[in-house]
Design a protein around this ligand. Sequence first.
Ligand code: ATP
Ligand code: MG
Length: 394
Amino acid sequence: MQTNENKITYLIKFAELALKGGNRDGFIAVLKRNLVEMLRGTRAHLDVTQGRFYVHCTEENAPAVEDVLCRLIGISGWAKTRTCGKTVGEVLAACVEEGLALREKGIATFKIEARRTDKSFPVNSYVLCCEGGGAVLDAVPGLSVDVKNPQGIIEIEIRERSYIYGNTQKGLGGLPVGTAGRGLLLLSGGIDSPVAGHMMATRGMGIDAVYFHAYPYTSEEARQKVLRLAEIVGRYTMGMRICTVSFTKIQQRIKENSPLPWSTVLLRMAMMEAAERLARRLKCKCLITGESLSQVASQTIENITCTQSRLRLPVMRPLIGIDKDSIIRRAEKIGTYETSILPYQDCCVLFSPPHPVLRGEVKEAGTFYEALELEELITEALRESITEKRGFPG
Ligand code: ATP
Ligand code: MG
């Protein structure tokens, strides 16, 4: 119910296709839990009526609510809606107000779409569209109807009340975070890995992260940058735990005890081993990396085969077939790009050999790797790791 305090109502549309079938109720329950959590601190309240979500808030809190809706994974769209009683007169009056609002935004053409879940409403959807269109045309000079390619759409829904809205925003889509288990993201300070984590989150995966730090070769600023990235991605995923693991000793042993061209591949193998052990501890079901095929020497198919050759957990690489420009666009959209391009060096760059192996052979990789006897160093690094929380709502 609306009160005087709650003057604004947002209507939320589920990502319907994904929510079809027997799992629908379960998905909606998770989506609801996520939204309630994300709204914590906004003083808005969620109302679930006939399988629809409505968020009520004051004018003052509307920006915070819109910010939440822009980050809510699992919805196809949302709109600030007018609500009124179920008489034709009230609905047409609301259409006119919506028409005025469209014109104020510089929109010149529109159409009306109507849905009537309450079949006892006296006129059907078609008639409602015609009458709504007529009322807007009469009252709002400068607006004309274009059914094929309108600049604006006024939607009418007759449910337990009438909802009229003209400005549906596209949601992030995907499946609600928490419907597909958890994954451990190998999060570096680069552009790619935050995008990879976000992409898995849009498939419903909860995300934790691990960052391999090589102090003093990499600075505290570099670590703070990674924590900031965890914060930004965490705001879509109901927060994330991020574990900083010091890899300085491991990097030194690799540098001193293996052929230089192999150092990056061997470092990646060590990161994967440490990440897998951490994932089991955090109950994560897979690893996630920002690798993209052939983007750099360590990401040829042969070297990727080496880095995963000793793992049991699956490795998700959502960017594997995506080019850098598209990855950058995604990074800009989710808000990580500006932070990712800050200049602090990542440990791999500092240890990169001038002529890395391009097509490592798994057996050879295994021989070099075993000779390093890293198990104890990895155990120690994990024991001394620091876990922090970032991006949790409220
Ligand atoms: P990114 O932009 O994500 O840093 P990249 O293009 O720089 O990726 P690499 O440096 O080869 O590529 O790293 C490949 C992947 O390995 C990264 O996307 C990330 O998942 C993981 N990774 C690399 N360095 C680290 C690190 N220091 N800590 C955690 N994960 C890392
Ligand atoms: Mg990197």
